[in-house]
Design a protein around this ligand. Structure first.
Ligand code: BTN
Length: 252
């Protein structure tokens, strides 16, 4: 079982017109004892957080959601939780006939541009035990007329790409349903088949940045714990579990 109290998501929904970051607030609430499955949704964020200390542009017209989970699995499964979440977003969009691609480890792409980012942040007890996990999902639903110039060739939204304007709360509910299922089955790795079959990364040349060094190789698959398997030009292979992967020709 996933949760300590076996509850599903959504017993406690908190909606905000504006918040700095649903992840930041979710962490604060988790420390104060918020229950497993507490969901925060904002119309917009003023300081949305992305991976590697980046900001996540969060205007009205997107879905900005964080869910607090109290897991009973080890810290080493955190990367799998990100992948589970990506698979859940994929399945929810598939229900609308939309087929994005999943870029390792935490992004979804549609027509070669980013529509969704995922940020999982953990909180630890003094003994190093994973006390809570906040899973944050930002999904671009509608066109942002003020999208910063530097993001215009990198980012897109579902309405612009498909002509469909999805109901924010419906897609959120669908994502949470799929996520709950995948997390409950995390040890069976049911999400991994979907994650792999719809990869944007596998088969591409990637530049791996790790501890200040860069290496280029071919992404050939994922390990069971969602590490990226890369084959280098000399035939050697490595599993990348941290750092970043970007495609050759892509901006850093
Ligand atoms: C990334 O692209 O690097 C991850 C972006 C994650 C954004 C979501 S939006 C909801 C939640 N609150 C945040 O501040 N960040 C996540």
């Amino acid at each position: 079982m996933l949760s300590k109290d076996s509850s599903n998501f959504g017993g406690n929904f908190l909606f905000f017109k504006e918040v700095d970051s649903t992840n930041r607030l979710a962490k604060e609430l988790a420390v104060q004892g918020a229950k497993h499955g507490t969901v925060l949704i904002a119309d917009r964020q003023t300081a949305g957080r992305g991976r590697l200390g980046k900001t996540f542009h969060s205007p009205v017209g997107g879905m900005y959601l964080s869910v607090i989970i109290r897991p009973d699995f080890p810290v080493s499964d955190m990367m799998s939780v990100t992948a589970c979440t990506a698979a859940a977003v994929f399945c929810a969009l598939q229900d609308y006939g939309i087929s994005p691609k999943i870029k390792w480890v935490n992004d979804l792409f549609l027509n070669d541009r980013k529509i969704c980012g995922i940020l999982c942040e953990g909180g630890f007890s003094q003994t190093g035990h994973l006390d809570y996990l906040v899973i944050g999902i930002g999904l671009n639903l509608q066109k942002d007329e003020n999208l910063p110039h530097e993001l215009q060739h990198i980012v897109t939204d579902i309405a612009s790409e498909t002509g469909q304007v999805l109901c924010r709360n419906d897609i959120a509910a669908s994502i949470l349903r799929h996520l709950d299922r995948f997390l409950n089955e995390i040890h069976n790795r049911t999400f991994l088949e979907i994650y792999t079959a719809n990869s944007y990364t596998i088969g591409k040349q990637v530049i791996i940045t790790h501890q200040g060094t860069e290496r280029t190789g071919l992404a050939i698959g994922y390990t069971q714990d969602c590490g990226l398997i890369v084959r280098f030009q000399d035939g050697s292979e490595a599993v990348i579990r941290s750092g970043t992967a970007r495609f050759t020709g892509e901006l850093g």
